[in-house]
Design a protein around this ligand. Structure first.
Ligand SMILES: [Zn+2]
Length: 195
């Protein structure tokens, strides 16, 4: 019995050859090095007048990615929230708003009296909060689904894209679209996003 495997050769649309192309998923995984290094280190420190030798033992571990592998990484996932906030940013905002509230209340308090200042200050801060919440809702309702759609398309493109080492170009064998590794995110993965 004869087994026939049809092998479709992928050729680069620029140089029309197949000898230096690699799937970028493979290029990315082969460009990631994981391991650790440890060994003795020696240093010299100077206090201005004399040099002091120092000895130590250093361990470096983790994974390092080559620059190319970094450029060929999959498209970035859209942010879940319009205003990306970690705990630190949230705390900062709280402090800024509280500070703003006190400042407004004190300044307006001179004119409107203490209670008037507090009332108007609270009103302004609430207004800012409402604007923020509306923008956040708008992002999640309208922008995020659009971005997620583009992201899924981008991921599919990433999965089937190839890289030509000769021309330093990424291409999609499906439609022959090419792109320099520097502008992949905007011109290749998210290229059909309306801006
Ligand atoms: Zn080529």
């Amino acid at each position: 019995m004869e087994i026939n495997i049809k092998h479709k050769t992928i050729i680069c649309p620029i140089c029309q050859r197949d000898d230096s192309v690699q799937k970028i998923t493979a290029a990315v995984s082969s460009g990631t090095m994981t391991g650790s290094f440890s060994g003795p280190t020696s240093t010299f420190t100077s206090d201005g007048n004399s040099f002091k030798p120092g000895f130590g033992f250093t361990t470096v571990s983790g994974s390092a990615r080559s620059d190319l592998a970094k450029l060929l990484s999959p498209p970035p996932k859209p942010k879940e929230r319009r205003y990306n906030q970690g705990c630190g940013a949230a705390t900062l905002w709280f402090v800024v708003l509280l500070g703003g509230f006190i400042l407004i209340a004190v300044v307006l308090g001179e004119v409107l009296g203490e209670m008037g200042g507090i009332f108007v200050g609270a009103l302004i801060i609430c207004g800012i909060g409402i604007v923020y919440a509306v923008q956040e809702r708008d992002y999640r309702k309208n922008e995020l689904p659009e971005l997620m759609r583009a992201y899924r398309k981008g991921m599919k493109r990433w999965e089937r894209a190839y890289y030509c080492y000769r021309d330093d170009i990424v291409f999609d064998p499906n439609d022959g679209k090419t792109c320099s590794p520097d502008s992949l995110i905007t011109d290749f993965y998210y290229s059909d996003m309306v801006r």
